[in-house]
Design a protein around this ligand. Structure first.
Ligand SMILES: [Zn+2]
Ligand SMILES: [Zn+2]
Ligand SMILES: [Zn+2]
Length: 345
């Protein structure tokens, strides 16, 4: 029997309130049915294994709701799909962002770039005292663009050239604005912790800059921007390019193999359906980014049915105090995991 003959289902782009589907014990149409949501004793939400899972089980694959490359990466990668992209693909309007041929032909991708483009063009034209090296600011502008686009078009148009390309290699969840809004925020009193005063003060500064930089029709109140920035800070993922993707882009390379280092940070993004997993300093799952900027959350060891599925929000190779400090500062919580307890001595 030839295995090429196996009937192949066309991969899906799933645009549904995935969180709601998971709460009902249904991973949606995409076969992401290894997780089920439940309340924890401390009233938080937990994602649990719906059955015994072997290591390497794909739990979700999620396209970025909004993502921006880091400054170093801006002149190397497409702003739409994060794939390597030459200087000839610079956006004519701002002269900074690059958009590969397929992203440049995508109305949705262009709409997502709109506010950032306007701001980048103003900076190029000599506005003083401003810098878009500030990742939070660019991510906020991106979210405002996405929000506007989702207001104007039907859900079937949420997919971008990047998510279409990603879907060619497997199912992918495309989150909508409701999924983003459902992320708890430590700024407006969600069930999560509160960000420290100093962080909120900084978010206010960024929000004020955003208000000044974006086109008049896009202006959101400073308070609304601060709330959005808070959600971004508490739920953002640092995107990394794995060594194997670098090899694909740059020809040959040494190594290969799994688990090794070589994860270069390339940007920051928000993935609402991947932000449902809680942190643990000895997690049983981990996130990684594929060549399409999608995050894949996979089990890293065998997980029993009913066990909570957790991912690392910080580098778990760090020592106890360093981990806990980062979690406190960036994610506004005191880690109460078993490993932290054990290492308390
Ligand atoms: Zn692209
Ligand atoms: Zn532009
Ligand atoms: Zn911990």
């Amino acid at each position: 029997m030839k295995n090429e003959q196996k009937p192949k289902r066309t991969p899906l782009i799933i645009i549904i309130p995935f969180r709601a589907a998971v709460a009902m014990g249904d991973g949606g149409d995409g076969g992401f049915d290894a997780i089920v949501a439940s309340r924890r004793d401390d009233a938080g939400e937990a994602m649990r294994a719906s059955r015994d899972l072997p290591p390497g089980t794909l739990l979700v694959r999620v396209a970025p709701f909004a993502a921006v490359p880091y400054p170093d990466e801006m002149r190397r990668s497409c702003h739409g799909c994060f794939r390597a992209c030459g200087a000839e693909r610079e956006c004519g309007a701002c002269g900074v962002a690059r958009l590969c041929a397929s992203c440049a032909g995508c109305e949705t991708t262009k709409a997502y770039h709109a506010y950032e483009c306007h701001a980048l063009a103003r900076l190029r034209d000599g506005e003083r005292g401003l810098t878009l090296a500030h990742n939070d600011l660019r991510l906020l502008l991106r979210v405002l663009s996405v929000r506007r686009r989702h207001r104007d078009v039907v859900a079937s148009s949420y997919a971008t050239a990047a998510s279409d390309a990603a879907a060619a290699s497997g199912d992918v969840i495309v989150d909508d604005v409701d999924a983003f809004d459902a992320l708890m925020s430590g700024v407006d009193g969600g069930d999560d912790g509160e960000l420290p005063e100093s962080s909120i003060a900084m978010l206010h500064e960024v929000a004020k800059q955003a208000k000044f930089l974006v086109a008049a029709e896009a202006r959101a109140s400073v308070d609304a921007c601060v709330r959005t920035l808070g959600r971004l800070q508490l739920n953002g993922f640092e995107m990394t390019a794995s060594a194997s993707e670098e090899e694909e882009e740059g020809g040959r390379g040494g190594g290969g193999g799994c688990g090794g280092g070589g994860h270069r940070p390339i940007g920051v993004g928000v993935y609402p359906s991947a932000a449902m997993f809680n942190h643990d300093c000895a997690p049983n799952a981990a996130q990684r980014f594929d060549a399409f900027g999608c995050v894949r959350v996979e089990t890293t060891r065998r997980v029993r049915k009913g066990e909570e599925l957790t991912i690392p929000y910080v580098d778990v190779m760090l020592g106890r105090e360093e981990r806990r400090g980062k979690l406190r500062k960036n994610f506004a919580f005191e880690c109460a995991c078993a490993r932290c307890e054990r290492e308390a001595g």
